[in-house]
Design a protein around this ligand. Structure first.
Ligand code: 6PG
Length: 249
C-alpha cells in the first residue's frame, strides 16, 4: 500500500503487514538495485529493523539473486567498538549474512580499531572517496545504489542525533560523534547527510509498535534528524502495520 504524507512530498511510504513482509519487500528492492549493471554499492544500517532482511540475504531464494562479486557493502554508521562486540553494526551484519556470502574485499567496515572515532571517520571518508573515484560528490552520479536507514526512538538516523552539529555538515563525508544522544553512549562514526543522500534509493526500515509514536512525528513533518535525511534518488519509508500511525494503518 502506498500512502501520501504531507511531510514528504517526494517520499513514498510503503506499509506492509508485518516484520516478515518488511524483510521480503526490502530484499526485493535491494536485489532490484544491485542485480544489473557493473559494480554496485549498498550502505547498510545498524539497529534491529534490518536484521530480518540481513538474515534473508544469506538464504535462498534471495541469496542466489545477488551478484556477490560485484556488490560492495558499506555501513552508514557504527559504534566505536571492535567488530567482535555485540554492539558493532558491521559485526552484526557480518554474522547475519556478509561472512557467509560476500568476498571479504567487498566488505567495507569502519575501522573501529583505529585510534579514535575521528581518525576512523577520516579513514572511512578516504575509503569512500577512493571507491567513488573523486573527492567531491556529483549529484548526477550516485555513490550508492541503495542506502538503508533506521529510525531511533528520539528521531535519530544513522548516528545523527537531534541537535547534533553533524546534521549541518556539508563538506565532510564522514564524521566522528564523540557523544551519542542515546544509549549505547560510546563514540560513533557516521556518514553525513550529503553522503547518505548520494544514492539511487534511500530506504528507511521501520517496524514494531515501539516506533509508532516517533514515526507519527516524523511523518507529521517535525524537524527531526530522520526528516533532515534526503536522497538524490528515490526516498522510501518501508513500515509495518505495527509501526504505522493510526491514519496510515
Ligand atoms: C545505530 C543505528 C541506528 C538505528 C536506530 C534504530 O548505530 O544505532 O544505525 O541509527 O538505525 O537507532 O535502531 P532500532 O531499529 O534498533 O530501533
Amino acid at each position: 500500500m502506498a500512502l501520501e504524507t504531507h511531510a514528504h512530498t517526494s517520499a513514498n511510504v510503503i506499509a506492509v503487514a508485518e516484520a516478515a513482509a518488511l524483510a521480503t519487500t526490502a530484499a526485493r528492492r535491494l536485489i532490484a538495485r544491485v542485480a544489473t549493471g557493473g559494480r554496485s554499492a549498498v550502505c547498510l544500517t545498524g539497529g534491529s529493523s534490518p536484521q530480518g532482511l540481513y538474515r534473508l540475504l544469506a538464504v535462498e531464494p534471495w541469496r542466489s539473486q545477488i551478484p556477490w562479486d560485484r556488490v560492495h557493502w558499506f555501513m552508514g554508521d557504527d559504534r566505536f567498538v571492535p567488530q567482535s562486540d555485540p554492539l558493532s553494526n558491521m559485526g552484526a551484519a557480518r554474522a547475519a549474512f556478509l561472512d557467509a556470502t560476500a568476498p571479504s574485499q567487498n566488505i567495507h567496515a569502519i575501522a573501529t580499531n583505529s585510534g579514535d572515532a575521528e581518525t576512523a571517520a577520516q579513514l572511512y571518508e578516504d575509503e569512500l572517496k577512493r571507491f567513488y573515484g573523486a573527492d567531491r560528490l556529483d549529484p548526477a552520479r550516485a555513490l550508492f545504489d541503495l542506502v538503508l536507514m533506521g529510525l531511533g526512538g528520539d528521531g535519530h538516523t544513522a548516528s545523527l542525533f537531534p541537535r547534533s552539529a553533524a546534521l549541518a555538515e556539508k563538506t565532510r563525508w564522514v564524521v566522528g560523534v564523540a557523544k551519542a544522544g542515546m544509549e549505547p553512549y560510546m563514540p560513533r562514526v557516521t556518514l553525513t547527510l550529503p553522503t547518505l543522500a548520494s544514492t539511487r534509493e534511500m530506504l528507511f526500515l521501520v517496524d514494531s509498535a515501539e516506533k509508532r509514536t516517533i514515526l507519527a512525528r516524523v511523518l507529521g513533518g517535525e524537524d527531526l534528524p530522520a526528516n533532515r535525511a534526503y536522497s538524490n534518488g528515490e526516498l522510501v519509508w518501508l513500515i509495518d502495520r505495527a509501526a504505522a500511525p493510526e491514519t496510515a494503518a
